[in-house]
Design a protein. Structure first.
Length: 144
């Protein structure tokens, strides 16, 4: 039994879909709302799922669609103001500023994708200059 199985069940119940494959990350936020990666190693009581892409929706494979269209469809199924599942912040055209803010606040990293690209798990964007530290720990995969 996954430590996050209950979170997956709660997130699935919050979505207005029959089936979906959503790419995202389980986080635990502190009292200021900042993600605390190492809190995932304990048994978190306040974990939530932050979604940044949708790959499948109610029988339709969305991977060939551009990211901006997939994000539009993702926004259409996510509940507003949910503490269980939410959409990741999207910042178009200001990646360097976001990267600097991430470093200033000692956050784990950035998911960088081009808005017009289809989904391809093999593609990773390179950030010029210093890159964010990579964690050896991966967020768990939970069925939603």
């Amino acid at each position: 039994m996954s430590r996050f199985e209950a979170l997956g069940d709660q997130a699935a119940a919050a979505l207005d879909v029959d089936e979906a494959v959503i790419d995202g990350e389980v986080i635990v936020a502190d009292e200021t709302g900042m993600p605390q990666f190492y809190e995932l190693l304990r048994v978190p009581l306040s974990a939530s799922y932050v979604a940044f892409d949708i790959l499948w929706l109610d029988g339709t494979d969305l991977r060939a669609l551009p990211l901006d269209e997939r994000r539009r469809r993702l926004q259409g199924i996510l509940p507003k103001g949910s503490p269980i599942v939410s959409e990741a912040l999207s910042v178009a055209g200001r990646g360097r500023e976001l990267f600097e803010l991430m470093r200033e606040h000692d956050l784990e990293g950035i998911v960088a994708k081009r808005l017009g690209d289809p989904y391809d798990p093999r593609v990773r964007l390179r950030i010029p200059g210093e890159v964010a530290r990579e964690s050896a720990m991966m967020s768990p995969t939970i069925p939603i």
